[in-house]
Design a protein around this ligand. Sequence first.
Ligand code: E4P
Length: 210
Amino acid sequence: MSIYLDSAIAAEAEVARQLGWVKGITTNPTLLSKTDLPVQTILKKLAELTTGPVFYQLMSSDLNGMVAEGRAAFEIIGQQTVLKIPASLVGFQAVASLSPEIPCAVTAIYSAAQAAVSQEAGATYAIAYVNRATRLLGDGVALVREMASVLTGSNTEILAASIKSPEEAAASLQAGAHHLTLPLGMLQSMTTHELSQKTIDEFAHNGRGI
Ligand code: E4P
């Protein structure tokens, strides 16, 4: 399992790096729009702030444009590149074209059928938008479970995204997600529990050490 930061802000990537257990960075066009830096500059910076994958989402809408944009992203990010490609007819064509040369993640998946095609097209990851699916379809964790069922024995791994609470993160993993991507605040929330703090305070008050 890997846990990634979901952000395009370099200062957040630096905080995540210092946590020591965050394994890579996912971005999307909306996250990239939150920084004024040129996209190439921010992608290079993010790649310096992690030794793991840096996910970049293609914006082109036609196959030739997607293939060219994916190769351009690889020129910027290098070996850490993972291309996020939206689940659509042309998106799956792009995954089939690009996945032999650059790892691909199919993003914005809302059905187990799309997960099945992700595998056939050669995607390394199938990204479930868990909380969005709960809001729009009723049960995002059930979507992860269905995706895990169709991907049993496959090399395509489920990355759970759009997660809004530690409980939703844990439920996604229990449902079969292999990886999580979380905003910085959520990464921090994953580490704490009010009873942990109470226990820590009790030891600090009563105990002694070296
Ligand atoms: C995943 O890669 C996406 O960037 C992200 O998790 C989407 O989350 P949202 O539903 O909060 O926009």
